[in-house]
Every structure is written in C-alpha cells, then in structure tokens.
Design a protein around this ligand. Sequence first.
Ligand code: NAP
Length: 252
Amino acid sequence: MTSKILKLLNKKAIVTGGTRGIGRAIVKELASNGCNVVFTYFSSDTAAQELEKELSTDSVKVFGFKADASSFASAEETVKFAQEKLGGVDILVNNAGITKDTLLLRMSEADFDAVINSNLKSVFNYTKAVLKPMIGQRYGKIVNISSVVGIIGNPGQANYVASKAGVIGFTKSNAKELASRNINVNAVAPGFISTDMTEKLNDQQREAILSNVPLKRLGLPEDVAKTVLFLAGPDSDYITGQVLTVDGGMVM
Ligand code: NAP
C-alpha cells in the first residue's frame, strides 16, 4: 500500500471565504495535505461549523472564523485568532469575493465600492495583517484568487474586473517587494467554475462561454484548489509574481 505524500504537513494557513465554492475546496485540499487551517466566512455559522467538524482530525486542526474580509480590523483579528489556535501563519489564500454585475450606465457607487472592498481591499487587509509574522519567520506563501476577466475584461462587470485586475497588480508588486524575505506571492485566475457565483448563468450564457473553452467544460472548484496547493507548497518555491490561469484554455 502506498501512503499519500502530505505536501503541507504541519503548515498553518488562513483562507478567506472558506464555506462555499472554490474557498471550501481549497480548505479541503490544504487540510487533506496535512495543513492546519483557519478559514473565514461572512454569513453561515452552520456551514462553518459543519466544515470544521468534517475536516478536523487528531492531526489536523480546522477552525472557522466569522470575519468580513473588507474590514481591516477583522483581518487583524483573524491573524490573531490563527496565531492563538494554530501557532502562526505560513500560508495566506485570499479567496473571498463577490459580484454585483450590471452595465456601467446602471452601476451605482455602492455596487462599485462593495465589490472593490470585498475583492481588492480585502487582499490588502489580509496581506498587511500577515506581513509582520511572515517577515519575522522569513517564510510565507501568499496566493490571491483573481479571475481571467481581470486579464481580458468583461462587459457588465467593470467593478469586478477592476477588482481582479487590481489583485494581479497588487500580487506582482508584493512579489517584488517580498522576495528578499522568502515570501512568494502568486495569483490564480480561474475561468468559469461551477459554484454559486456562476449558478446565475442561463443556458444561453453557458453555451456562449463553453464555445470559448477548448476543454469544453466549466471548471470544478477542485481544479482551482489543486493549483492553490501547488502555489502554497514546496513544489513552487522558485515561482513568484505569476498569474496561473485555470480556465480550460480559454485565455492563452
Ligand atoms: P461563492 O461560491 O459565491 O463563495 C464566495 C465565498 O466568499 C463564500 O464562502 C462567502 O462567504 C465568502 N465571502 C464573500 N464575501 C465575503 C466577505 N466580505 N468576507 C468574508 N467572506 C466573504 O464564490 P466562488 O465562485 O467560490 O468564488 C471564490 C473566489 O473565486 C472569488 O474571489 C471569485 O471572484 C473567484 N472566481 C470565481 C470564479 C467562478 O467562476 N466561480 C471565476 C473566477 C474567479 P459566505 O457564504 O459566508 O457569504
């Protein structure tokens, strides 16, 4: 019998937005590789408790922490919680995100601010909060979840696309700034992944998307989670400042 190699044995991670979709798959992938995880969530205490229960074992600790990712103070509280419960932070995955899609003509200031705060400012909040501990230990892996639309643009998503393009710029600047401290910063840009976020698509929109996907299927949250595992683990030690698309070949 061959035993599984645990790529993140005894590592400690924070994942934002971990109760559903891609974030949930990331929490599972990290935990099943021996990583202790604090995941944040915004609304469902029940979903968080169930995930904690499902993934916690004698050797892996998994805790949910209710925290609005757009709040700077909450990010600091999350890191404090992770330090108390896990003893530190080696890995940060900035995953939490929302959409408020509409054409620019109809987009309100509130729609713009909400998306920028949840998707971009959140990445600043959590990166700032983990910086001192990561610099102190001279080790860190930061993985930011962007989107292919942050590279190619998309009508009806100006707020979302601006936030995701911002995440790419933020990732590259931080990669250059933090490389000398042995902190790798990379982004993952998913294409269309089957989650609650893409549930709203009608059949016509789905067909139109698939006609541009060479691999002819929507992605699964696990497709993204495996890429995050690679960027959070030792196999990517010589990779920083990159944007890895996980999109079935849509953007190349
Ligand atoms: P989802 O199914 O809607 O789940 C979003 C997750 O983020 C939930 O766990 C939610 O928590 C959490 N969240 C949202 N706002 C938050 C906040 N302010 N504070 C803390 N948690 C918050 O979305 P998804 O499809 O998995 O997307 C995950 C990430 O991938 C997002 O950044 C998204 O932009 C990106 N992405 C997704 C796709 C796609 O096709 N699905 C494509 C490209 C990029 P609650 O449930 O507690 O509200």
